[in-house]
Ligand binder design. Structure first.
Ligand code: ADP
Ligand code: MG
Length: 440
């Protein structure tokens, strides 16, 4: 087994730990660890001298569990210090690092975007804009459900324009980043700096633009940014989870501007396209999976292409460790667990939303936007609380579900619901019985 493969396994474990612990703790305690040896029965992990005692005392069990889960068999865990490691293995190269990076951060390009019926329009529109910025379709507005390649296309445009026009000033932000930067600039009383930045670009891409809906001052500022750039004939590209007309609480003047150029949607891919995408993804992963396995994956992953990455990692970890060839039966066995987990998590989140929606008569879109109405706030607190109590999602991942930047939102919600339960026994019974039904 190579250093590279050891690093992959560690990376998988880190991802699991990030679901449980806050990012700073993971960075502090787990990121420095290195897998140095692994066989069918045990894994040896080195940790800096000054951290080992603490990690061993605090986290030994969870580490052992996570390594066992990733490796797929119950493994012994041996912790050693980095000094002990140095005696075992002196060599380690930079090269490994960069190869590793490219595998895990594959660049999003047109070249590795697989085209089919459901995304053809969006892809060709994106390509046209990339090759002729501000000539044909301005603005370009892409929309479709999560995990179907909008961000991939946006980055493809960035990469392509960079190649053709290295001199262009290209700015990519998410709706959330735009919002946060604006708020910060206003609070620092430096709106000019903000404007300078956003109004001096050749190409502006705003991903998940739906985030600005419902926020008056942000929409106002974006409107002027848009108009300024548009008048100077600069290219604007937007992506959203739904069509402009369906973005709730978005000002009409923005809606009408968003459809002035070209609007293209991405639909969920059919089976054939999923197989093709998964083939491409598995090749990028250094895997040539046979058709039977690809079809099996494509039958199980239907709504969100992003899930393929988790499935491939699971397979990779298994084959790395056991050295077993990845035939159909092996793949099926390894992936069954993965799909069962993914499904149950997804359905639990779905049910939590439904429960909060029904109880307060609001929609989940309302909850995800920054709304100040008491019902919406209460519903959001409840949904966050339920998701936290019934899934393994980290606080940060939950915050993201609600378009919030950090985990303090989640902590607030939990405090809010706990207090409410204390004061209202009936509410408490309702919540507890929902949770125990879910677990049943
Ligand atoms: P969105 O922004 O729509 O939520 P992303 O662009 O983040 O989705 O895509 C999710 C994942 O699926 C990414 O890893 C992306 O590369 C992959 N993906 C989606 N569609 C395709 C496609 N047609 N070809 C290759 N990869 C795709
Ligand atoms: Mg995206």
């Amino acid at each position: 087994m190579t250093d590279n493969e050891f690093k992959q396994i560690k990376e998988f474990v880190l991802e699991e730990l990030k679901k449980i612990y806050p990012a700073p703790s993971v960075r502090l305690w787990f990121e420095p660890m290195r897998v140095v040896a692994l066989d069918g029965t045990s894994v040896t992990v080195s940790i800096p001298q000054n951290k080992k005692a603490f990690v061993e005392a605090q986290y030994y069990d969870i580490l052992k569990l996570k390594f066992s889960e990733i490796i797929g068999i119950n493994t012994e865990l041996k912790l050693i210090t980095d000094e002990e490691e140095a005696e075992l293995k002196p060599e380690f190269t930079e090269e490994v690092d960069s190869a590793y990076k490219t595998r895990f951060n594959p660049e999003y390009t047109f070249e590795n975007f697989v085209v089919g019926k459901s995304n053809q329009l969006a892809q060709s529109a994106a390509l046209a804009v990339a090759n002729h910025p501000a000539e044909l379709n301005n603005p370009l507005f892409l929309y479709g459900p999560s995990g179907l390649g909008k961000t991939h296309l946006l980055f493809s445009i960035v990469n392509q324009i960079r190649k053709n026009h290295p001199e262009y000033n290209i700015l990519y932000v998410t709706g959330e980043e735009f919002t946060n930067e604006l708020i910060e600039s206003l609070s620092l009383k430096k709106p000019m700096v903000f404007r300078e930045k956003y109004r001096n670009v050749d190409v502006l891409l705003v991903d998940d633009i739906q985030f600005i809906a419902g926020k008056m001052s942000v929409q106002e500022e974006f409107f002027h940014t848009f108009d300024t750039l548009f008048k100077m004939n600069k290219q604007i590209i937007l992506a959203s989870d739904c069509a402009p007309k369906d973005i709730n609480n978005l000002e009409d003047r923005l809606k009408s501007r968003f459809v002035m150029g070209l609007v293209a949607d991405i639909q969920p891919p059919d089976l054939e396209l999923r197989v093709a995408i998964f083939k491409r993804k598995s090749m990028d992963f250094g895997y040539d999976l046979d058709m039977e396995i690809l079809y099996y994956l494509a039958k199980n992953i239907t709504t969100n292409i992003r899930q393929i990455e988790g499935a491939l990692k699971k397979l990779k970890a298994h084959t790395l460790i056991t050295g077993e060839a990845c035939d159909f039966n092996v793949a099926k066995e390894v992936l069954n667990d993965f799909f069962a987990n993914a499904k149950s998590e997804e359905s639990v989140i779905e049910k939590a939303f439904e429960f909060a929606e029904k109880r307060y008569g609001v929609t989940r879109d309302d909850m995800k936007r920054a709304r100040r109405n008491a019902e919406i706030i209460a519903a959001r607190h409840l949904a966050i609380y339920l998701i936290r109590k019934t899934t393994n999602l980290s606080q940060n991942s939950i915050a993201k579900l609600f378009n919030k930047k950090d985990h303090t939102t989640v902590i607030n919600s939990i405090g809010f619901i706990e207090r409410k339960m204390k004061n209202e026994p009936k509410f408490e019974r309702e919540v507890q019985s929902f949770i125990s039904d879910l677990r049943a």
